[in-house]
Design a protein around this ligand. Structure first.
Ligand code: ZN
Length: 91
């Protein structure tokens, strides 16, 4: 059992969180010209790197999305950042 930190609620049990996708994926554009296979790749394929990674998660009880930076091998959590702070480069 792991403890993750929601940037809005604080530390909570991992069962309260849901993985959404890798952070930093670029949405293919223009949407009307993107093939079905490219959309499927964008939506469903993940690199799943070993080691330090940045991912988008949601804390289910509060419904907030955030960036979770963690190590997939050691399970160490480095930090949790709200999407707003991440996008405005406050971190
Ligand atoms: Zn929360």
């Amino acid at each position: 059992m792991q403890i993750f930190e929601c940037p809005f609620c604080g530390e909570r049990n991992e069962t309260e969180f849901h993985f959404l996708t890798e952070a930093g994926k670029e949405r293919p554009e223009p949407a009307e010209e993107v093939s079905d296979s490219r959309w499927a790749e964008y939506l469903y394929l993940h690199k799943s790197p070993r080691g330090k990674t940045s991912e988008i998660w949601v804390h289910i009880p509060c419904g907030e999305f955030f960036i979770l930076q963690r190590d997939t091998v050691t399970r160490e959590v480095y930090q949790s950042i709200s999407l707003q702070d991440y996008q405005t480069k406050k971190v």
